[in-house]
Design a protein around this ligand. Structure first.
Ligand code: PLP
Length: 404
């Protein structure tokens, strides 16, 4: 690989070229001073946690931003998916087509409901589900198809799969966990699905450390999503407090001075929130799959909704810089589906497998390349003969940060 930034010039050269001097944070990058101030205010005023209005407002604002009739919050996108499966009234044994390259929590949520996830391969242009593979994997027991939009790109075959699924009477779920705010033919992604799910986890397009949202355009499904939410437990005050402290921790990690970072690490050591537990990696269901969104965090979501469009525009600008770099390095640049506006949560690249195994080259660019995904069911390896492209992506796809 040609070195685009001579290492000898180091930080000064990177600064002049507009590349990051300090590796950008992978988590909490969208959290700013406003969110940190809000988290501190919430920590100082527990009485405010009882107020349902910020959650209601966050749901209203999210619905309008995502082009949906209604938005219902949950503890995580995996919980929003759980609620979606319940709302769609899928029955034990029903099959759900999923991309064979996803996060382990997606097939888990399906299995935990007694359903059977069946993998279709992805294409390697946008890493979305491949139409032909979906057709091949469909059986008489298939009742729903779950599409996704990875890295903030809009999936190449999304419309074709939706049309095919509708013709077969299958429900369509859109996993927008990595692409909230992207536009597809002028509408926000997910707006055409029966139910779409979004994530507010700490590495996502907008965050409150944890959180998930299920959106729908159907009044009936909206009612059932609300029922699913009502049947779930309210997170404990201890959990809410820990999450608020994580807002402070991740904001300091992403944007603080070295002193502020050290101080935040010291104060909140041991409280770091881990999104996916070891139990989930081996298919055991943790209690958090039955939890509502912590009301104490709703004001953070409102602040993120105020800024998300500006942040997404910044991500797109950074992606254009990576395009120039990738072309100069002879890496294939990510494909933008015609008629779509991606958000570039990360900038995906297919590189030589040796580059994915040894990420040292990132230091020359001042970044820590991301390795989403390290397994077909990230982070779990799940090779399948019917999903060869998923294996290729596991071996070759890295992703670069787009916010710094
Ligand atoms: C594609 C995809 N879907 C769903 C999820 C689940 O999101 P959450 O962590 O909010 O449950 C993730 C999380 O990383 C993801 O990457």
């Amino acid at each position: 690989m040609r070195d685009p930034v001579r290492p000898a010039l180091g930080a000064a050269s990177r600064l002049l070229r507009g590349l990051p001097v300090r590796p950008p944070a992978f988590a909490g990058a969208t959290l700013g001073r406003t969110e940190a101030r809000i988290a501190q205010r919430q920590l100082d005023d527990r009485g405010a946690w009882e107020d349902p209005r910020p959650v209601e407002e966050a749901e209203r604002r999210f619905a309008s931003w995502s082009g949906s009739r209604s938005a219902t919050t949950f503890f995580a996108a995996r919980v929003a998916l759980t609620a979606a499966l319940r709302a769609l009234r899928l029955r034990p044994g029903d099959e759900v087509l999923v991309p064979g390259y996803t996060c382990v929590v997606v097939p888990n949520a399906i299995r935990f409901e007694g359903l059977v996830p069946i993998c279709a391969d992805i294409e390697l242009e946008t890493f979305g589900m491949d139409l032909e593979s979906a057709r091949r994997q469909c059986t008489p027991r298939t009742r729903a198809v779950l599409l996704h939009h990875l890295y903030g790109l809009v999936a190449r075959d999304g419309h074709a799969i939706t049309e095919w699924a509708r013709a077969k009477g299958l429900a369509v779920i859109e996993d927008c966990a990595q692409a909230s705010g992207a536009l597809d033919r002028g509408r926000p992604v997910g707006a055409g699905a029966d139910v779409a799910i979004h994530s507010l986890e700490k590495t996502k397009v907008l965050t409150s450390i944890v959180g998930g949202v299920a959106t729908t355009g159907s009044p009936e499904l909206a009612d059932r999503l609300r029922q699913a939410q009502a049947g779930m437990e309210v997170p404990s005050a201890e959990t809410a407090e820990r999450l608020l402290r994580n807002v402070l921790l991740y904001e300091a990690r992403a944007h603080g001075t070295p002193m502020a970072r050290r101080s935040a690490e010291r104060r909140h050591a041991g409280e770091r929130w881990v999104s996916t537990l070891p139990d989930e990696e081996v298919g055991r269901k943790p209690p958090s799959y039955e939890r509502r969104f912590p009301a104490a965090l709703a004001p953070v979501v409102l602040a993120q909704l105020d800024r998300v469009e500006a942040l997404n525009e910044r991500r797109r600008r950074r992606a254009r810089r990576w395009d120039d770099w990738a072309r100069a390095e002879d890496h294939p640049v990510p494909v933008i589906t015609p008629g779509s506006v991606p958000v570039f949560l990360r900038y995906p690249l297919l590189v030589d497998p040796a580059m994915k195994r040894d990420l040292g080259w990132g230091a020359l660019l001042g970044v820590s390349p991301g390795v989403w995904f390290t397994g077909e069911f990230h982070p779990v390896a799940h090779p399948m003969t019917e999903c060869p492209n998923a294996r290729t992506a596991v071996e070759r796809c890295v992703n670069l940060p787009t916010l710094w």
